[in-house]
Design a protein around this ligand. Structure first.
Ligand code: SAH
Length: 232
């Protein structure tokens, strides 16, 4: 069976290295966004950046699956570190993801939980295994961990520590868990990779601006190696 693979990011900088590597692609406008289609070593790819946050990323992931027919989804982007094992430029792959800003705790529910949902969504273990193979071939360190997602840029030590302890999270960002919910519901294996751009502390916005491009490139290169491996 021929695979169609979706590669998404949240911001232009996150997919630019991928489009650049492909060189030629077709641009399709759909649902207020641009989607790029290309054939890469015999496999069809659909690529897009969603715009920032949970709603836009859920829309893009769902569109890539339902409208463009993607059967696997790989997310490439940057994140803020919670774990002090993660430094700028380091790669983290999500084992599971949670929405840190989903809060109906007033009703006695745990943070990140709504009825008929679950706090965590598990990522596909086959792709994580593949990622570990890719990492060792590239001689790179890949950390596995929990990623927490919410509609806020976290630049505050207190909030970061709360997210870290409440969700046992190692990194935080603004799209992963929403993409995970969509892929899980539609039974599409997904892979969320992030390169660290900042430490989600008071210097986060400066660090982010300084390292967005290099960290996004780090993540994108890894994701393309993943695609090479899947195509193989
Ligand atoms: N510089 C942008 C805003 C970036 S928002 C602008 O001005 O338009 C941060 C983006 O990077 C999100 O897509 C999120 O997924 C990721 N990210 C990196 N560090 C983060 C942090 N500390 N908190 C939340 N998201 C972070």
């Amino acid at each position: 069976m021929k695979n169609k693979i979706a590669i998404m990011g949240a911001m232009p900088e996150e997919i630019a290295p991928i489009l650049q590597r492909l060189g030629s692609y077709t641009t399709i406008e759909y649902a207020n966004n641009k989607y790029y289609e290309a054939n890469y070593n015999g496999v069809d790819l659909v690529i897009a950046y969603s715009k920032i946050g949970k709603v836009f990323s859920a829309l893009t992931a769902a569109t890539m699956i339902e409208h463009f027919g993607a059967q696997k989804l790989l997310f490439s982007g940057v994140a803020g570190a919670i774990s002090d094992q993660l430094k700028v430029g380091d790669l983290i792959v999500a084992t599971k993801l949670a929405q840190h800003d989903l809060d109906i705790s007033a009703f006695g529910h745990p943070y990140g939980y709504v009825p008929e949902g679950s706090v965590y969504v598990q990522a596909d273990t086959t792709m994580i295994q593949l990622a570990n193979e890719v990492a060792s071939e590239m001689g790179k360190t890949l950390q596995e961990g929990v990623i927490a997602t919410g509609d806020q840029f976290v630049a505050n030590e207190e909030r970061k520590n709360w997210i870290g302890s409440t969700f046992a999270a190692d990194a935080l960002e603004m799209e992963g868990a929403s993409v995970a919910v969509v892929c899980d519901a539609l039974k599409v294996p997904f892979f969320i990779l992030r390169a660290i751009s900042d430490a989600a502390d008071m210097d986060a916005s400066f660090s982010f601006d300084e390292f967005l491009e290099t960290s996004a490139l780090e993540s994108a290169e890894f994701v393309m190696k993943m695609v090479d491996k899947i195509v193989d």
